[in-house]
Each structure stands twice: as C-alpha cells, then as structure tokens.
Write a protein that binds this ligand. Structure first.
Ligand SMILES: [Zn+2]
Length: 330
C-alpha cells in the first residue's frame, strides 16, 4: 500500500518505474470512476515530487520539510489545483487565463508558466476535466504543447471518451480501476462509512467500487427512499406527477449545493434502473426495457447538467402511461 492509498499498486509501480528511468511525461490524464482515489493519488504524487528531502525516484515524501507542510496544507506555491466551481457546468475560461481585466496575467496557465518558487518544478492538478469547455481547452492547449521545463500537469476525468480529442492526444493515459470488493469493504469500514461488514456488504452491491458513491449511499434516508420509490414504480400505471414530486422533494432535501443534488438525483435514477433491471429478469417485457433505458438516459442528462425540474418531469412522464412526451431536457 502506497502512503495509505489502497487499490492502485499498478499505478504506483508504473510511476516509480517511470521516475527511475527519468521519463516522467509533462501531461497525464487520470481516468476512472469517481471516488476511487485519483485526486488523492495526484496530490500525493505532487507532494512526493515537491518534497525537498526524498529523491523523486523513490516516489515518497518525508512529511516534515517545508514543501511537504505547504503541500499538505494546500498552500504550496508550486502546486496549482483547479476544479469545477460550485454551481458551474463547465470549467470556466477565467480559471485558466484570468478574468477579463487580467487576461493572461492570472489563472492557472499563467501561474503554471512562471518559475518555481521553492523547488525545481511546478505541478498543476486539474480535476473534473470531463467538464472542460472547448474554449477552456483551447487555452490549455498552448500549455500542453509548450510545457515549462520539468513541469507536470495532471488532468483528472472519468473516462477517455469524455475528453476532447485535442486534449486526449496530448496526455499520457493512466487508468484507475474501481476498488476491489476486498479493498472496498476494508475502506468503508475503516473510514466509518459503514458501521459493520454487513452494512459494508450492502454498500458494495450498489457502489461499483467507488467510495464517493458509498458515502452518498450510506445515508439511511437513501435506503428508505429506495423502498418508497420502488413502491411508486411498482404500479400497473406509474403516476408520473406524484413520482416527479416525490423525487423532486427528495433531491431538494439534499441541500443547496447543486453538485450534491445532482449526485442524489443520479442515485435515485440508479435505484430506478436497478428496479427495472430486476423486473426485467421476471417479466421480459419490451416496456420494462424501455423504462430502464429512460432511467439510463436521464442519468446521462444529469451528467450534462440538464435543468433538474425539467429532467425529473421528462423522466417520470416517460415511465408513466403512454402519452405525448414533453420536450427533451437537454
Ligand atoms: Zn518533504
């Protein structure tokens, strides 16, 4: 296990070998399910490379030098971190090249091009690159094509297919696998997400090796809602209006943060998809398959940041008795 990060020994080995050969690339694209440790790995890799006490090729850090302290506190001047701002659907251009008054004098691309303050390299970690707009990608392209000497840029997304080809072709791909069942069970119990192995086992069924999903699922109200939703879907004719209200209320209860509400809505859609998959096993009806398909489509729309109310209405109408479909949510 590498510095408390479980389940990714292959990735650790790969980087250690690369560093021993002195062949670190300038840009990496980390992909894999959300919540398996990509960002944690990126930040620890950065700290290892910035640490003043331990040589790079050992791929570890001392945890005590000035660099380590600053990196751990998230205030290292040579470590730049960017992510999707709350309430935004794309990584805005300002994040990369500064706002209108400070174009090319601020933002990640500008700071990344400056000489390192403390060590001998600058490192940037950009999370949520699934949400990179074409405009922002164009700004980033110059940095990818002419990276500062010894710099390292780590992009974090979920799948290669969700990246713009211009970005994908200029980065080395690193895949992070979902956590194995064994690792997953150990981590959810060790982190207090599940009380015991029984609870951890239940989470494992629905979490697909993602700790992030497990954290969301661990909320007891989610399981209660799952039962309520199943009852609502288990009617000969689904009451679209009632189901829409039920889902809207439950999603809104998650809080004000749009990202948290989105995560909850996705969970609800997953529950519904599970319900129809199970039903499919018993009745083999085309209609059930259609309903399952609508759940999966709706989940895709959540990823594309469709309007919540419109999306829920569209989805529940598709589940109900056949009638004229309302406008597409995207
Ligand atoms: Zn150190």
């Amino acid at each position: 296990m590498w510095q408390g990060l479980e389940g990714h020994d292959e990735v650790v080995d790969r980087f250690r070998k690369t560093l021993r050969r002195g062949r670190l690339a300038s840009t990496y694209l980390f992909v894999g399910t959300a919540g398996v440790g990509k960002r944690t790995f990126a930040l620890r890799l950065a700290q290892s490379l910035l640490c003043n006490q331990v040589p790079d090729e050992e791929l570890t850090y001392c945890g005590e030098c000035e660099s380590c302290n600053l990196a751990a506190a998230g205030t290292h001047p040579d470590l730049l971190v960017a992510q999707l701002p709350e309430g935004k659907s794309t990584l805005p251009i300002e994040l990369f090249i500064g706002d209108r008054e400070h174009r090319h004098q601020a933002g990640l691309c500008h700071h990344f091009s400056l000489r390192p303050f403390l060590g001998n390299r600058r490192i940037a970690v950009i999370d949520d690159v699934d949400h990179l707009s074409q405009e922002s990608a164009n700004c980033l392209l110059k940095t990818l094509e002419e990276p500062p000497p010894d710099s390292l840029l780590i992009l974090i997304g979920t799948s290669p297919s969700r990246q713009l080809p211009t970005i994908r072709s200029r980065a080395q791909l690193v895949r992070f696998n979902p956590l194995s069942r064994e690792t997953f069970l150990r981590l959810v119990t060790a982190n207090g997400i599940a009380e015991d192995l029984d609870a951890a086992g239940r989470l494992a069924e629905s979490s697909n090796g993602s700790l992030e999903r497990a954290r969301l699922l661990a909320a007891p109200e989610l399981w209660e809602f799952r039962a309520i939703l199943s009852r609502s879907l288990d009617q000969s004719e689904v009451d679209s209006v009632k189901t829409a209200q039920l889902v809207s209320d439950f999603v809104d209860e998650a809080g004000k943060q749009a990202s948290v509400r989105r995560a909850r809505l996705k969970m609800v859609l997953q529950f519904a998809a599970d319900f129809y998959r199970e039903k499919m096993r018993n009745d083999h009806r085309v209609e059930t398959l259609d309903q399952l398909d609508h759940c999966l489509k709706a989940a895709e729309y959540v990823d594309r940041n469709a309007n919540q109310a419109t999306l829920i209405q569209w989805w529940t109408t598709q589940l109900g008795p056949r009638k004229l479909a309302p406008a597409h949510p995207s």
